[in-house]
Design a protein around this ligand. Structure first.
Ligand code: 16G
Ligand code: MG
Length: 570
């Protein structure tokens, strides 16, 4: 997303240019009260923000007006969908000083794209245009303003989050919405609550207790079938990024402690949120977080600041660090699910969804060894999630550790039925599948749920983290970023694997890629930072580094690089 100061250029017409015809129902919206309250959540002059891949995200001090307005928008969305809508206050893996907000749609999904545009418009409207924008949205989306609205709110542990969530509540109440403030929650927990509330409790109970019970019951059902009971498999070190994940895992651990003991690090008692720790740090620096004591071959994992991502890692006997990322998690989960299906004798429409960042070795392994179809989408959870919904069983993961598995309603029902009807080994497999379906958070990628899924699979298969890691060897890779005057000059196609503009850039990349073995490279404008991201992989680290550097020079030259020219060496 990235923020900017200047004139908005994406919202339709100012109030002077347009005659507003307001119907009686639109007047039922107390616009006077909106204006009055909005004045106490004033927008900093000239600040423009965009609802990006993960909602709005910027310095916390610039977000008060956005929170108030997202409270308003959530009410409109709730009235339109006749469903509970979620509002999560978090900036995930960003530094402590930042904050952000995203809306959660009825089935626990990310907000629909047309509403992302409304969010951007509303967040950027000048005070005097607020009423018009609210009316515009209501008209365009045919919102029945007589309808009741219900909003659920969650927040992470940032010091700014409590006050900002109060501003959301202010926005909700001024438009007459009802709300429930869950207070501190992980992002995936809020997604879960929304999903539960809109499916009349069929998905689970919409309380933290309900979440802990559902997941722990499924986890214990699964692990009791594991033949190996040695401690080796049953303890795990968790780096909680000094965030909300620590609080929630502490609350939850006694529910599943019979099956797994967790040792928490970076639990927020001393360190700073996301500082030198957490999944994003570990993945991007390819090294362990600060504050974690790692013995050789011990299984460790890291959550990010709002606990919707997870990566695993370990030190081998020679002290070398090994990262086991989202791609390997997807592979472990897919092979387990496929095995169970084979055991039951069911062939279902099964697919794995990745992004261009997936390591080439993982894609090859999935397609060639496991024989599962793999699809590539643009970066950002909503793209992967939507694609995965097309299958009976869709597993999706970003390399950075965000992902889950989705099961169609028909499949869920069928598995339940098979678990009753089948006998012996087949029945056992169907039961396992039934439990693992419950263990996944199907509303969103969830570090806690994924951790329990992974731990259950490792225990059931009797796999060590090294054996899991050895499924395939990652191709060496390198990610870089380049600053350019306007990153929008770069447009892409083919799930971000090909650059369409600026002219000549893709040709330059093609020529560079030809110089290296087993190589691949792509560039894309970041959705969360004002930079262009570069990814390269090749047969050796030296080649990957060199290719990434050469591509970054091409971007600098052809896409209007600013500041110092990229230098070789990392
Ligand atoms: C956000 C996305 C994540 C994506 C990342 C890419 C969600 C919930 N999160 O964190 O999926 O990988 O952005 O960031 O969608 P980038 O555009 O800066 O590379
Ligand atoms: Mg996150």
């Amino acid at each position: 997303m990235g923020d900017d100061w200047g004139q908005p250029d994406f919202c339709p017409k100012s109030s002077q240019e347009q005659t507003i015809h307001v119907g009686q129902d639109l007047l039922d919206m107390d616009l006077g009260a909106v204006t009055k309250h909005s004045a106490s959540h004033a927008k900093p002059n000239g600040l423009i923000l965009q609802y990006g891949t993960a909602g709005f995200r910027t310095k916390a001090e610039h977000l008060d007006h956005v929170m108030f307005r997202m409270g308003l928008l959530a009410v409109l969305r709730s009235k339109q969908t006749k469903s509970t809508i979620g509002v999560m206050v978090t900036a995930s893996h960003n530094p402590e000083e930042d904050n952000g907000v995203k809306l959660v749609d009825p089935l626990g999904e990310m907000l629909a794209p047309s509403w992302e545009e409304h969010a951007t418009c509303l967040a950027n409207a000048e005070e005097q245009d607020m009423q018009r924008v609210l009316i515009d949205i209501s008209k365009k989306e045919a919102v029945n303003l007589q309808q009741d609205a219900f909003i659920v709110i969650g927040r992470d542990t940032r010091s700014s989050s409590e006050k900002l969530s109060q501003s959301v509540i202010d926005g909700v109440t001024v438009l007459g919405g009802q709300f429930h403030d869950y207070g501190l929650l992980t992002t995936p927990q809020l997604h879960y609550m929304v999903y539960c509330r809109n499916t009349s409790g069929r998905y689970g109970k919409a309380t933290t207790e309900g979440y802990y019970q559902k997941l722990s019951k499924a986890f214990l059902e699964l692990t009791k079938q594991a033949s190996c009971s040695g401690d080796e498999y049953r303890s795990l070190k968790v780096d909680c990024a000094n965030g909300i994940g620590a609080l929630k895992l502490r609350e939850m651990e006694h529910y599943f402690s019979q099956g797994l003991s967790v040792q928490l690090f970076n639990d927020g008692t001393k360190g700073k949120l996301n500082h030198l720790c957490g999944a994003d740090f570990v993945k991007s620096h390819q090294k362990p977080p600060q504050g974690m004591e790692m013995k050789s071959n011990e299984r460790c994992c890291s959550f990010d600041g709002d606990a919707d991502r997870i990566v695993y890692y370990y030190h081998d006997a020679h002290g070398r660090f090994h990262l086991v990322d989202g791609d390997k998690i997807a592979t472990l989960i897919s092979s387990f699910l496929k095995e169970l299906l084979l055991e039951i004798g069911e062939s279902l429409n099964f697919g794995v969804v990745q992004t261009a960042y997936a390591n080439g070795s993982s894609t090859r392994y999935l397609e060639e060894v496991m024989k599962v179809p793999v699809y590539c989408t643009k970066t950002g959870v909503k793209h992967l999630h939507h694609k995965a919904q097309e299958f009976d069983i869709g597993v999706y993961f970003e390399a950075n550790g965000h992902g889950t598995a989705l099961f169609s309603t028909t499949v869920e029902m069928k598995i339940k039925q098979l678990a009753e009807e089948l006998e012996d080994k087949k029945r056992k497999a169907a039961k396992m599948l039934e439990s693992i379906i419950d263990l996944f958070n199907q509303a969103a990628g969830d570090a806690i749920s994924d951790m329990l899924v992974i731990e259950a699979i490792l225990a059931l298969k009797g796999l060590t983290v090294q054996q899991w890691d050895a499924l395939y060897t990652d191709l060496p890779n390198r990610q870089l970023k380049v600053k350019v005057a306007d990153r929008r000059v770069i447009s892409t196609t083919d799930a971000e694997r090909q650059a369409v503009t600026p002219p000549g850039l893709q040709e330059a990349i093609n020529d560079l890629v030809k110089k290296y073995k087993l190589s691949r490279a792509f560039v894309r404008p970041s959705g969360t930072e004002d930079v262009v991201r570069i990814y390269a992989e090749a047969d050796s680290q030296e080649s990957a580094d060199s290719l990434a550097h050469e591509v970054s020079l091409a971007v600098f030259q052809l896409a209007g690089g600013i500041g110092e020219r990229p230098q070789p060496g990392f």
